[in-house]
Design a protein around this ligand. Structure first.
Ligand code: MSP
Length: 568
């Protein structure tokens, strides 16, 4: 399917950078969680990975929020960015870098990009006339909007828009139609597959058949306004279209620069380049962009920015307008300047209702964890793992999901506590009580070959439901094996060798289960792995008999998966 079928060892995983106009909630936690899982998953598959998250701190929306709070912009963004960082740490997400768009490394990088776009002849000055939605920081045409009874317009999600007429720099996006449609057609750039059509329609292909017949709709994609002049909270353009330098230093206009020349860079052009500004030295850039598979995780609402604007910007930085005319998508793909995938996940509703500011029903992640801890008297780290498990495996990745406390509690008890937890507890207690805690492989090493199934499931890193089902099926089989062989009778009958063998096989099943469960429930898995003195925790070790548990004496097992039962 994807013409770029070369498998790379290095993987760069990113989340969108979050707007700091409101605090983190379950939706933003979800994107970071899935990126964290994909990152851990790849590490266990022995890839070199880098995981980036951060905050998006410029633009009119943020400036308005700071004003409303009565705080200076920089102080405002500092305080909310640190809440985002704390929240990622609280959830124990293991990111390698946290980028903020107000950092000097980012500002300077984006100013360099602006200069390259000017040099490559991709920018011109014009007049923007049209609708702008501050909440989305996006431009809309009247066709995109819904007319209200009072004559005003709203976006399809009910957000207000404003009419704008201002001088602005434009990016020649309209010249990218063919190359973008070829990109979608020849690669798995847009994931899941089901989202391709909406982007193709936006770019002007209308449907795949038209794209396949090469019958593109001319002039469908409009040039994009990429600068603003009527507010100040953003990155200053370093030069005009003639290359005239406008800045004293990266934060200050030269003295003689007139107000109408003082444009700031459109917040999406600024924000998207966080994915590269964070790779802030040559080695990092080579390892995790040029020679890596780049995977961007985004919510479905921002897919358009990442699959239309972003590849166009990347191509425009690399090639001049002249050069591009003679290039095909194959030439561009060979250079590996584009991300491998942009994966769009669905949205969460809260107990069936759309989450919105006006309903005030956003779910604060930290409060949910705290609720689990107090309601069910479970340890903090366990509560985090339980919530991660529910968010990650409840819906098919890519589809919308509904957050429901009662359903999640049932799910945890059924899948984790009664199935996996019960297996672990029964097996380890029997070993402790009947075999003096001794686990010994002696002659009965059996290793099922689950390699092919595992490889199939783990290669498609976006299919977490099948992955979870694989884990549960190993656990189901292990529970069945226990029922069938009824080892509790063997001790009475004096059949100690048989008892040892059955329990040993079960410990091996547990080893597989917890190794696989690590990306989703890292804390509980690590506790079981520690308990069983298992040091090789990568996926390869599951089906390699060198890593079987050879001999070990265990202590009395503790409940690794506490049941969620209301305190009476
Ligand atoms: N700042 C931009 C992204 C720039 S990336 C170069 C932005 N920020 S956001 O804070 O509004 O959204 C960040 C992510 O949170 C998006 O991927 C969005 O889809 C996700 N979610 C926000 N609410 C959500 C739900 N209710 N459910 C699931 N995810 C949701 O967009």
């Amino acid at each position: 399917m994807d013409k770029r079928n070369k498998i790379m060892k290095n993987i760069f995983i990113t989340t969108p950078i979050y707007y700091v106009n409101s605090e983190p909630h379950i939706g933003s936690t979800y994107t970071t969680l899935m990126a964290d899982i994909i990152n851990k998953f790849n590490k266990l598959n022995l890839k070199n990975t880098r995981f980036l998250t951060g905050t998006d701190e410029h633009g009119q929306k943020i400036q308005q929020s700071a004003k409303k709070a009565g705080i200076k912009e920089q102080d405002f963004v500092d305080s909310i960015a640190s809440i985002f960082k704390d929240s990622a740490d609280y959830m124990k997400f293991e990111y390698d870098d946290f980028i903020r768009t107000t950092e000097a490394r980012h500002i300077k990088f984006v100013q360099d990009i602006w200069q390259k776009l000017v040099k490559n002849d991709w920018l011109y000055k014009g007049n923007y006339k049209g609708w702008y939605c501050i909440s989305d920081e996006a431009f809309y045409t009247e066709d995109d909007l819904i007319k209200q009874d009072d004559g005003s317009f709203k976006t399809s999600l009910g957000k207000g828009v404003e009419w704008k007429e201002e001088e602005s720099y434009f990016f020649r996006l309209s010249e990218f139609q063919k190359i973008l449609l070829d990109l979608y057609k020849n690669t798995d750039f847009i994931k899941p597959e089901s989202r391709k059509n909406e982007i193709i329609a936006f770019v002007g292909g209308n449907n795949i058949k038209e794209v396949e017949s090469g019958n593109f709709v001319k002039d469908f994609l409009k040039d994009l306004s990429v600068s603003r002049n009527n507010f100040t909270w953003g990155i200053k353009i370093p030069c005009d279209c003639n290359g005239k330098n406008l800045l004293e230093d990266f934060k200050t206009w030269k003295k003689d620069i007139k107000n109408e020349e003082q444009h700031i860079i459109y917040v999406w052009l600024d924000a998207l380049f966080n994915y590269q500004s964070a790779l802030d030295d040559v080695d990092k850039f080579n390892d995790f962009w040029k020679n890596a598979e780049v995977i961007h995780l985004v919510g479905k609402d921002i897919l358009r920015f990442h699959t239309v604007y972003w590849p166009a910007f990347l191509i425009a930085v690399e090639y001049s307008r002249n050069e591009l005319q003679n290039l095909t998508i194959d030439d561009i793909l060979k250079k590996n300047i584009l991300p491998k995938n942009v994966f769009a996940h669905g949205w969460w509703t809260n107990e069936g209702k759309k989450i919105s500011k006006s309903l005030g029903n956003a779910i604060n992640t930290k409060s949910e964890i705290e609720w689990l801890i107090t309601e069910y008297s479970i340890p903090h780290n366990v509560a985090i793992d339980y919530l991660k498990y529910c968010l990650a495996t409840d819906t098919q990745f890519g589809n919308d999901g509904d957050y429901s406390r009662s359903r999640f509690i049932e799910k945890i008890n059924a899948e984790l506590v009664n199935n996996i937890g019960n297996l672990i507890q029964r097996v380890l207690s029997m070993i402790y009580k009947n075999l003096n805690g001794e686990i010994n492989c002696e002659n009965f090493i059996k290793i099922d070959n689950i390699k092919s199934e595992l490889e199939e499931k783990t290669i498609n890193i976006f299919d977490f439901q099948s992955y979870k089902n694989l884990i549960l099926s190993i656990s189901n089989d292990a529970n069945d094996y226990m029922e069938k062989t009824a080892p509790w009778n063997l001790k009475k009958e004096g059949k100690i060798e048989e008892l040892k063998e059955i329990l040993y096989n079960e410990v091996e099943n547990i080893r597989k289960i917890v190794i696989l469960l690590q990306p989703i429930c890292p804390y509980i898995s690590s506790k079981v792995l520690e308990f069983l003195n298992i040091n090789n925790k990568n996926f390869e070790s599951i089906y390699n008999s060198d890593y079987l548990i050879k001999g070990l004496t265990i202590k009395e097992p503790v409940g690794f998966f506490p049941r969620l039962q209301n305190k009476k």
